[in-house]
Design a binder for this molecule. Sequence first.
Ligand code: NAD
Ligand code: UDP
Length: 313
Amino acid sequence: MIRKKILVTGGAGFLGSHLCEKLLNQGHEVVCMDNYFTGQKENVVHLLKNPYFELIRHDVTMPFFIEVDEIYNLACPASPVHYQYNPIKTVKTSVMGAINMLGLAKRINAKVLQASTSEVYGDPEIHPQTESYWGHVNPIGPRSCYDEGKRVAETLFVNYHKQNKVRIKIIRIFNTYGPRMNPDDGRVVSNFIVQALRGQDITIYGDGTQTRSFCYMDDLLEGMVRLMNSREDFTGPVNIGNPGEFTMIELAEKVIQLTNSKSKLVYMPLPTDDPLQRQPDITLAKKELGWEPTIPLEEGLKKTIEYFRTIVK
Ligand code: NAD
Ligand code: UDP
């Protein structure tokens, strides 16, 4: 086995911290870079005793110099509450972050993977979503700082590849959940579990018939690492997600059942531009990466609930 040097930006976040752990377990050397906006040291502190792990506080919007073989670019707040807190900063993180990481990759001839998102499809008019769909995004709505930032990042990746021969990979991640999600980050799975464990009302936005497809983090990370290691001329974008599709009411009922909670559902206004449906078509991931999810929602929720029981008071 060849020990690679790998940079993970956003490595102290939910997905980034699990990715650092997975890469270290595979025997690689990992540099985790994060500004701790939505991530925390707590997520990676257990890795600090590993001599092949290094933690650096840095903002991806600023140039960064290092010698590595591969870069996973995950730095960006992912929850609507957090990415809308400072929308200009969110655009800068996606766009300047992509420029900095692509410039670095170009200079040191590293391979670079971009954590893109199903949000590039916006509120989709085709269902399920294939990679060839161009999307339906409001460029001036409250979600646009995230959606358009990620779309420009994809544009930059594709053009650095065409123009400068940078080796790129683009993964479009659909809603992913699991242990180490921030309990306050406002995403639906963490919100519902925390509310159920505290016996508080479960907040359904809109009428709760909107759908999402939820992927457990272990499945997602397996797809991400397979993409990084895929054949040289396969750049993506490739959808990685679990095609199992649920309404928010179905999710709430499952969480209540698995936590034995007495919480009741309460209905609140649907946020502006909240997509009505979302389901990945994963034909390409199956063909190119031999990947498909293995962990059904109920099993993943049980593991996630177990984690939240240890941190929710
Ligand atoms: P997260 O918020 O837990 O992690 C993001 C990490 O990036 C955090 O540690 C945060 O502190 C860091 N960060 C934010 N801005 C930064 C900056 N300017 N400089 C350096 N670090 C910065 O979210 P996550 O769910 O782990 O998401 C990781 C990546 O995957 C993000 O790029 C996100 O857009 C993408 N993604 C996630 C999902 C999902 O469902 N989890 C879906 C689609 C895409
Ligand atoms: N949602 C909800 N209650 C909550 C949080 C979210 O009903 O407490 C809904 C939200 O309106 C959206 C879905 O759950 O329709 C997924 O929201 P999330 O913020 O997790 O991610 P999104 O896919 O919208 O980026």
